[in-house]
Write a protein that binds this ligand. Structure first.
Ligand code: DQA
Length: 142
């Protein structure tokens, strides 16, 4: 079974971007970490990143069409703005787990609303790259 790991805007710059908030691991580092654990769990990882909202919507549909076991979704700033992503999560039966490196609730007011979280099965936030690994553990068990 495959777990989709979908990453939104600016996450291509991970490792360089505000490392005091997001850590020094790159998205490739996170992909490697997830693949190691997925192998042990008998799962496959399909990790993607886009700066475009509609790509994330298309990939949520694709996850369902391909029978993915779950989606880990770090929608970046679209988390706090995108009703389209909220609706796409609702539209698919595939369980979607919201992931954040930082804890948005400890940050600016505008990050306190999550349209993704209102539709997702659950949320893991605040543990840096480890948030993805915890979310994968959850995905393997649901
Ligand atoms: C983020 C949190 C968002 O508020 C922010 O816009 C990001 C990254 C995180 O992983 O902590 O781009 O999703």
């Amino acid at each position: 079974a495959t777990v989709f790991v979908l990453n939104g805007p600016n996450l291509n710059l991970l490792g360089l971007r505000e490392p005091e908030i997001y850590g020094s691991d790159t998205l490739d580092d996170i992909a490697g970490m997830l693949e190691d654990r997925a192998r042990e769990l008998g799962l496959q990882i399909d990790l993607r990143q886009s700066n475009h909202e509609g790509h994330l919507v298309d990939w949520l549909h694709e996850a369902q069409a391909e029978g993915a076991k779950a989606v880990l979704l770090n929608a970046g700033a679209y988390t706090h703005t995108s009703i389209a992503l909220h609706d796409a999560i609702k539209a698919v039966k595939t369980p979607v787990i919201e992931v954040h490196l930082s804890n948005p609730h400890k940050r600016e007011e505008f990050r306190h609303v999550s349209y993704v979280g209102r539709a997702a099965r659950g949320t893991v936030a605040g543990f840096g790259a480890l948030s993805y690994l915890v979310a994968l553990e959850a995905a393997a068990r649901i």
